[in-house]
Write a protein of this length. Structure first.
Length: 419
């Protein structure tokens, strides 16, 4: 019977990054993955471009994952613009406000997954078991156990679920989840716009849809549309030329002619929040704990924050109690990750409700929020700071205070007005 210090179910980027973080602390890890080896070793492009904050890039560097991502595959995100209705009516968040070249970096999800695997593959403390279908899981006061369909059993003092926002492990352990289906589909595809995007990310609401354009290297961009299921089916049925013309029209020609590059991918928009992140001998990380709506582009950033928080809690638990899953340390992880996620999760839900509702009574509120973004420099600085802060995900009170002064302090920078 294989025995390990930690069992992780799910070899997605959050699960692999957690395995690496635990290994760096001297622990052995077994990762259980239902997909075949090839799907993890060489993940196919899935259309998703991950907007990494500076803190997330720091975590990836500390794990050794960042070095596995080719520099040419990292697209700098210099500025972000948010607009409602008329594209000229909005506000901008600029890295130059803090004297930085970029707010963060855009990296393809498949590149992050491949880089995470390249680090895990060479780590002798980590074993990944592919095509492993879980028959049952159990977590009690002393041990956690996983039984596979082929009869193999794994026991450990801690079991971690990292198997997506629709986690079967979470369900098997009896953890309820608050789930909201937004009734929309997100279509993503790479395009080549006729005009230079200048490293600016656009988020454009109104007219019954949400449009985003994410700047990529080599003159490319990622077009993101949030539409109804019927509209998504219609758009996916178009040939490349027809879809390119459709995108030009939906973006009102702002980026010139567009040429589709590659496949179109569709994702149903569902947000989830687990009622508990921990229990006796188990914990949830990544989307299994919090599954975000992508409108604020923070899903994987929160996933990496959960990795840092749980790995820290496990290390402290061993140091203080000789047990990686002491209840007090798991409770600390839950408390910190809930506190660090709740405001963003609730705020994202509010943004989605307000900015995707085209009913007449809601429009004045949207205009007021956009106007506040234009009129209040401290608000824009706070939004930029959330992306630029590369410190620990749980700073000390003193660090929080110092950072607050940095945000509020007026700065002279070549801020650009939204055209």
């Amino acid at each position: 019977m294989p025995e390990s210090s930690i069992i992780i179910i799910g070899a997605g980027p959050a699960g692999l990054c957690l395995a690496r973080a635990l290994s760096q602390r001297g622990l052995r890890v077994d990762v259980i993955e239902r997909q075949p080896r090839a799907a993890v070793v060489a993940p196919a492009p899935d259309g998703r471009e991950i907007a990494l904050t500076q803190a997330s890039m720091r975590i990836l560097r500390e794990l050794g994952v960042w070095e596995g991502i080719d520099a040419s595959a990292v697209s700098p995100l210099r500025r972000a613009r948010v607009a409602d209705g008329d594209a000229g009516n909005g506000f901008e968040v600029d890295a130059e406000t803090f004297g930085q070249a970029a707010l963060g970096g855009l990296v393809a999800n498949s590149d992050i997954r491949a880089a995470a695997w390249s680090v895990v593959e060479g780590d002798e403390r980590i074993r990944v078991h592919f095509e492993a279908e879980v028959a049952s899981v159990a977590a009690g006061s002393r041990r956690a156990e996983v039984v596979l369909e082929d009869g193999r059993r794994f026991e450990a003092p801690l079991l971690v679920a990292a198997d997506s926002r629709f986690s079967s492990t979470r369900r098997a352990l009896g953890i309820p989840v608050a789930m909201h289906d937004f009734g929309k589909i997100m279509l993503v595809c790479r395009v080549r716009p006729g005009r230079d995007h200048e490293g600016v990310a656009w988020e454009w609401f109104g007219e019954g849809q949400t449009r985003a354009l994410l700047p990529l290297n080599d003159g490319l961009a990622s077009a993101v549309l949030t539409v109804t299921g019927v509209e998504a089916e219609r758009l996916q049925a178009l040939d490349a030329d027809a879809l390119s013309r459709e995108l030009e029209d939906r973006y009102r020609g702002r980026f010139g002619p567009m040429a589709l590059e590659g496949e179109v991918h569709a994702y149903p928009l569902v947000a989830t929040w687990a009622h508990r992140f921990v229990g006796p001998r188990f914990a949830l990380v990544g989307d299994a704990a919090v599954g975000m709506h992508p409108v604020t582009a923070h899903g994987f950033n929160l996933g990496l924050a959960s990795v840092e928080r749980l790995a820290s809690a496990v290390a402290d638990s061993i140091a203080r109690h000789g047990d990686p899953a002491h209840p007090a340390m798991l409770a600390r992880y839950q408390r910190r990750h809930r506190a660090g996620s709740a405001t963003l999760f609730l705020g994202t839900g509010l943004v989605v409700r307000v900015f995707t509702d085209d009913r007449l009574p809601v429009r004045p509120l949207r205009r007021a929020i956009i106007a506040a973004g234009r009129a209040l420099p401290p608000l824009r600085r706070a939004l930029a700071d959330a992306l630029l802060d590369d410190g620990p995900v749980d700073p000390t009170p003193r660090q929080r205070l110092r950072r607050g002064f940095e945000v509020l302090r007026p700065r002279v920078a070549g801020s650009r007005r939204l055209q």
